[in-house]
Design a binder for this molecule. Structure first.
Ligand code: SF4
Length: 423
């Protein structure tokens, strides 16, 4: 585990999940279904939970969506999944929550965007109305500031102040606006009776440097738990790299209590990718352990066959598919390490360093694949790629079922947190 000291925050419970106050950093995600379609949204919530999301947010943008929330939460619970569900409100949250008490009761937390909750005096009135519903229902809130929807009154005020005093670039002023919006809204929520241990903050920006600066300053100025996320991170590689660099730096400084990696999925892509990305980020920093880690070499001219790439992919997909079951049954299975290597140069060395490793033959090498378990060579596999895959999966299964202690269903997980049902 890393030595870094975590930024101290009060602890907020979202449903049964603690956030901040020294709790493990929480992975969260957001659905992209139409919330009014309770069946489809419930199915995606369960899928995200099974992938390892510990909190799931759904948009609540219309009366139809608000009406569907009760049913979708019931469907999720009926599926045996206890993951806390958060409502994401913009513009009309005060109305939707007041007009749909079942929606207000069913959700575990409300996200309020202080930049679009209303204009002028209406803004505070609407913000207070949401806070009242949160207090009446004993729910947590997230004050979720976003660079793209900042409170324009505040921006004008800060720009005028800067113009008269001069000095700061506009992106610095915008960063300060985000921080001010979060802090002033926290004061307002406290004045409305929301307890301190019911408020989480976020200030999302779309550029890593700005995000890092804003969160460092927030961490200096507040004790509320911080939700990290780079907004509009983008697709594929860009989204992953930009999110990882921004959040990785902050997490390594001990800043951040819950994270979401906002990836734009490809059409038909898997929404759960954002959960896997968040888990990998926390695991890479040694902050949490979610899933066995698989070391695979990048390949080079020494291995012209694609067998090792296919095997590495096959092993990754297999482990991911098995993890929901393994996590429930075997204590500590998250710490399993695997290696799938492409030739004799680093293959045996990396394979010996893993719990289970296989070193495939490079070009011109003898067509055999030594397998190592906990540093010792135990067998040599050969055959077609399919046969190799099947034999290696069997070895993994045997190792998991003999090396990790079986636990009773719903025992605390390795990190001490109750394992959500259905996860
Ligand atoms: S292990 Fe072999 S195949 Fe893989 S990158 Fe290293 S030299 Fe290339």
């Amino acid at each position: 585990m890393p030595n870094m000291k975590r930024h101290e925050t009060v602890q907020v419970r979202v449903g049964h999940v603690p956030v901040g106050g020294g709790a493990p950093i929480v992975v969260q995600s957001m659905t992209n279904t139409n919330t009014a379609d309770a069946e489809a949204t419930a199915a995606q919530v369960v899928a995200l939970c099974q992938a390892g999301s510990e909190l799931v947010r759904v948009t609540v943008n219309t009366r139809e969506a608000a009406r569907a929330v009760g049913e979708l939460v019931k469907r999720v619970r009926d599926a045996g999944c206890r993951v806390p569900i958060i409502g994401d409100f913009h513009y009309n949250g005060h109305k939707l929550l007041a007009d749909h008490p079942e929606c207000a009761r069913s959700l575990d937390k409300y996200r309020i965007n202080p930049g679009n909750v209303g204009v002028g005096a209406r803004r505070d009135e609407h913000f207070a109305a949401i806070c009242k519903v949160a207090v009446d229902n004993d729910k947590a809130i997230r004050i979720g500031v976003n660079i793209g929807s900042l409170n324009q009154d505040l921006v004008m005020r800060m720009m005028q102040k800067n113009a008269s005093r001069g000095g700061k670039a506009s992106d610095e002023v915008m960063a300060e606006c985000m921080i001010m919006s979060a802090l002033e809204s926290t004061e307002l929520a406290l004045d409305c009776g929301v307890p301190k241990d019911r408020i989480i903050l976020s200030c999302k920006s779309s550029t890593p440097r700005q995000l890092i600066g804003v969160y460092r300053e927030l961490a200096r100025r507040t004790e509320q738990p911080l939700h990290l996320g780079l907004t509009e991170a983008g697709m594929g590689m860009r989204g992953l790299v930009w999110s990882s660099v921004a959040m990785g730096i902050l997490l390594d400084e001990g800043i951040g209590d819950t994270i979401r990696v906002s990836l734009t999925p490809r059409v038909g892509g898997d929404r759960c990718d954002e959960v896997y990305a968040a888990q990998e980020l926390l695991q890479a920093l040694g902050l949490r352990s979610f899933t066995p880690s698989i070391t695979a070499c990048p390949g080079c001219g020494r291995t012209t066959s694609t067998v090792f790439q296919r095997l590495a992919e096959d092993v990754e997909a297999y482990v991911r598919a098995k993890m929901p079951e393994w996590r429930r049954r075997f204590e500590g299975v998250e710490s399993l390490t695997l290696a799938v290597m492409g030739c004799v140069v680093n293959g045996p060395g990396e394979s010996k360093a893993a719990n289970i490793g296989i070193s495939l033959p490079g070009a011109g090498e003898e067509p055999s694949c030594p397998v190592y378990i906990d540093g010792k060579k135990v067998t040599t596999l050969s055959g077609t790629p399919e046969q190799l895959g099947a034999a290696f999966r069997e070895i993994i299964d045997a190792y998991v079922s003999t090396k990790y202690q079986r636990r009773a269903t719903h025992d605390p997980g390795a990190d001490g947190r109750k394992i959500p049902e259905g996860a």
